[in-house]
Each structure stands twice: as C-alpha cells, then as structure tokens.
Design a protein. Structure first.
Length: 181
C-alpha cells in the first residue's frame, strides 16, 4: 500500500500510521477466525462455547478496528484502539479460562448454560458453522507447533492487547507533544 489511497470521492486521502495499524489489526483478527474455521471444517476440531465467545471477540475487535480506521480523526483512531484493547483484555480472560479448563478436565464447561447462551444468539442460527458450539471445552486436540488451539488463542489476544496498548500509548504521546509545539 502506498502513502495515499484513493477515497470513494476520488481524491487522495492520507492514511495515518494509527489508521493503517487499525486496518492491519482488523485483517489479522479476520484471519484468526478464518484459521479457526479451517481447523473446524478441515481438521475436525469442534468449537466449544468458550471458542465461540473468542470468535465473537476477534470479530468484534475487527469491527471496531475497521470502523475506527474509517475516521480520519486521530482522536477517533485512538478511541477505537482503546476499545479494541478492552475487548482484547476480555479475550485474554476467556482464552485463559479455556486453557485452565483444558488443563483441569474436571472444570470443563461442556454442554452447559454457556452453550445454551452462545447457541441462542441470532448469529448462531444464521451462521451455525461459524457460531454454534459443537464441542466440549475439555477436548484437547493435536498441538500445533507445540501449543494447543486454546494456548494459541491466548497468545493472540495477549499479542493484540500488548500491540494495541503500545500503539495507543505512542499515539497519545505524539498527540501531547504536538499540542506543546
């Protein structure tokens, strides 16, 4: 991508570094959900209720990132990054819970109230392949490069949270410096 991208109006529009990072974040989150679908459909790894919640969180981060990037205001970009950070932190909690459950099978969420809740969301009815829980949280599949899917998801949420926090902090610092010039 070049420095300029043609806007819908036909004129050049400069994308700030913060906007480009938001777009990249959205693409990465969509890629993570696509990867989860690959492992579900091709590798036969059925998603559990906590997996489905993580999918929603990745998609919500992508939505917030794309909406935030659609604004040229640095304040809107920082606001979107902050909201994405909060969602990523929620994802860290959900993924950490899944890692714990898989490490302690007696704590499994299994087919329970959480599955009834995730399967009752309208998106689960409209797109069951993507949003319906068909597995148990205690199910552990073959590791990928030494880590299970739950551990990879936890790693992704942590990396997203750290990267967004650093980007948000740097953007705020730049904005404060420019105020005093």
């Amino acid at each position: 991508m070049g420095e300029y991208i043609m806007a819908i109006s036909g004129g050049p529009q400069r994308f700030s570094g913060q906007r480009m990072l938001l777009i990249l974040l959205g693409i990465v989150c969509l890629g993570l959900v696509a990867g989860a679908l690959y492992f579900q459909e091709v590798m036969g790894q059925a998603p559990c209720p906590l997996c489905i919640v993580q999918r929603y969180l990745f998609l919500l981060i992508a939505l917030v990132a794309f909406v935030g990037a659609s604004f040229s205001s640095a304040r809107a970009n920082r606001g979107a990054a902050f909201v994405a950070l909060l969602i990523a932190l929620a994802g860290v909690g959900v993924a950490a819970r899944l890692v714990y459950v898989q490490g302690h099978p007696a704590a499994s969420c299994g087919i329970d109230v959480m599955q009834l809740w995730t399967d009752a969301i309208p998106l689960a009815q409209w797109m069951p392949t993507l949003f319906q829980a068909t597995g148990m949280c205690g199910d552990v599949y073959e590791p990928i490069l030494g880590l299970g899917m739950a551990q990879w998801s936890l790693t992704a949420f942590v990396v997203i949270a750290v990267a967004v926090a650093i980007g948000w902090w740097k953007a705020r610092r730049r904005q404060r410096r420019s105020m005093f010039r």
